[in-house]
Design a protein around this ligand. Structure first.
Ligand code: C2O
Ligand code: CU
Length: 579
């Protein structure tokens, strides 16, 4: 069983246990003796089963089980002791067991709420809040059922409840540990990059584009989605003028995966101000890294990218030989955009397909008709990639894979999620059952260049209740906090930094650090066995624990976020800050 499914199983069992106890309490209050005993027995079983799932989760990592061990386990124990002992005294009148069973139900429900609404890390305040809730609900039931707790019991309960409430709300209202993001502005980054050799102007504006016979409202660069493909040769100096015609919420250009100087990174409020209608901003940087990248707006990026403010950036080491095409995959208004026109390819010609996932969720790609190699991921060449046949690849949101092959005499076709997007002729292969490539075990390994880490950070990804201004929201959280309250990770120039990224939520989080490529060390405790993987976008699936490292060699303030941009917008974004 994977840790991800264990998380789900544990949640389901917790719901069943809570429902069982509550149902048992209600049945006994209604004097339905057989039903009450049956539900109580069921709840007891579920509660015991939870001991097993919680233990298994703790073995997968403390992050997965912290609040379950510190808060849920004691509450469950109290539930079993109180309800169990009451039932063992086999009351002639089942109604007298109702409050005990309800208490057990409240205890289980409170523990469940702690996991669902708060998650990691557990805190004393949250624990007390849970206890207070259980005490209060039990007291109310006691009254409602006509029995009255003794004076001293009620008084003790009241004290616990008030103390817990104060502590809990105090913790919730305490100011976040995050210092305000400093806008240390270095417009244009005085770094000398030389005279531009490639000048481009991108004008952002609202547009109507035609997709599969339908008119779709979009936001476009130069009237087209995707925006113009920017190409350069290593050593070129790019000067890209961004103009905003009428995007009221502002635009910027972020060079996804391109480790530009901080001032060119295009994050509004951090590296520059958003470019408002009528304004412009010139980005300038030297193209030092060859490979497949893309650009997109980072102002209200969730909406902006989805609406079409993105395009391809390809930097080639030398003039192209053979066929070299980019295949950006994007969904506009629910419609997959068509791939670029395919030209006939002569047998024997080398072909490079640059696959780019510009959506917010993972896509599955399958190339049929020719053996291929994955030459590069996220712009970095792989070491010793071997030929693959009948194998699919999963590309995370924001990620890029370069597939290379020699054109055969027969047609080839690329399928994305089962839909053909590129083909040189009719290919009828069912690719749905193909195994998926694990990039951590592909190609030839080489030793990790660092033997020690100057700084280590852990990011536990989860969901939780968060106060956004004064509005409560169910945020996507990192270490229990949501943007802008997540403390930045502070490093010094030259540090070797290690991130441990843990996903205890039920959904995939494609992680993306700006300005740096991270080297994958391990996933779920297993070190990489294949080619060194230098990534800027990688899927941390539910239950996954990734260890990655990088050299802090690019000063500034860098966004570090989930590239499911709706998640980033809902809190899953923090910053890497150089001291
Ligand atoms: Cu492609 Cu901060 O993102
Ligand atoms: Cu996410």
């Amino acid at each position: 069983m994977t840790v991800g499914s264990l998380v789900v199983a544990d949640l389901l069992i917790a719901v069943l246990a809570a429902a069982g106890w509550l149902g048992g309490g209600a049945a006994s209050a209604a004097r339905r003796r057989r039903l009450a005993l049956g539900l109580a027995a069921f709840a007891l079983l579920a509660t015991v089963a939870r001991a097993i799932t919680i233990t298994a989760l703790a073995r997968a990592g403390w992050w997965f089980a912290a609040e379950k061990i510190l808060i849920a386990a004691p509450l469950s124990l109290a539930a079993v002791v109180v309800a169990g002992s009451r039932l063992l005294r086999a009351p002639a009148d089942i109604r007298s067991a109702a409050v005990s069973l309800l208490f057990a139900g409240y205890a289980q429900s409170a523990a469940l709420l702690v996991t669902v609404l708060h998650g990691y890390p557990a805190s004393a305040g949250v624990g007390l809040l849970a206890v207070a809730g259980v005490v209060a609900a039990t007291a109310v039931s006691w009254r409602a059922l006509g029995a009255r707790p003794s004076r001293s019991v009620s008084r003790a309960a009241l004290v616990v409840a008030v103390a817990a409430l104060l502590t809990g709300t105090g913790l919730a209202a305490a100011p976040g540990a995050a210092p305000a993001v400093r806008h240390d502005h270095r417009p244009g980054d005085a770094r000398a990059v030389g005279e531009p050799t490639r000048r481009v102007t991108l004008t952002a504006g609202t547009a109507t584009v035609r997709v599969r016979g339908r008119d779709v409202a979009a936001w476009a660069f130069n009237g087209q989605v995707p925006g113009p493909e920017l190409t350069a040769t290593v050593g070129d100096v790019l000067a890209v003028t961004l103009r905003n015609r009428d995007i009221a919420r502002g635009v910027t250009l972020h060079w996804h995966g391109y480790d530009v100087p901080n001032g060119q990174d295009g994050v509004p409020g951090v590296t520059q101000a958003a470019v408002l209608p009528g304004q412009e901003f010139v980005y300038r940087f030297r193209a030092d890294q060859a490979g497949t990248y893309w650009y997109h707006t980072h102002a209200v990026s969730d909406v902006g990218v989805r609406m079409g403010l993105y395009g391809v950036l390809v930097v080639r080491p030398a003039p192209v030989t053979g066929v070299d095409v980019t295949v950006p995959v994007h969904t506009l208004s629910g419609l997959p955009l068509p791939a670029p026109e395919t030209e006939p390819v002569q047998a024997g010609v080398p072909v490079r397909l640059r696959l780019i996932n510009t959506d917010s969720t993972t896509h599955r790609y399958a190339l049929a008709g020719a053996p291929f190699r994955v030459a590069a991921i996220d712009g970095s060449d792989l070491r010793g990639p071997t030929p693959l046949v009948g194998t699919a690849v999963l590309i995370p949101a924001g990620g890029r894979y370069d597939l290379v092959f020699t054109a055969p005499a027969t047609p080839v076709a690329l399928f994305v999620d089962g839909r053909p997007v590129y083909s040189t002729g009719p290919v009828s292969t069912a690719t749905g059952a193909w195994p998926v490539l694990d990039p951590l075990a592909y190609g030839v390994s080489s030793p990790v260049p660092w033997s020690r880490f100057d700084r280590e950070f852990t990011l536990v990804l989860d969901r939780g209740l968060d106060l956004h201004g004064l509005l409560p929201r169910y945020a996507h959280t990192v270490n229990g906090a949501a943007d802008p309250d997540i403390p930045p990770q502070v490093v010094r120039l030259g540090d070797v930094v290690k991130f441990t990224i843990v996903n205890r939520s039920l959904v995939v989080h494609p992680w993306h650090l700006h300005g740096h490529h991270v080297l994958v060390l391990s996933r779920n405790g297993k070190p990489t066995t294949g080619s060194p993987l230098w990534l800027d976008s990688f899927d941390v699936r539910p239950g996954d624990v990734w260890e990655v490292a990088f050299l802090a060699d690019n000063s500034g303030m860098w966004a570090n976020h989930c590239h499911n941009l709706a998640h980033a917008d809902a809190g899953m974004l923090l910053h890497l800050m150089y001291r």
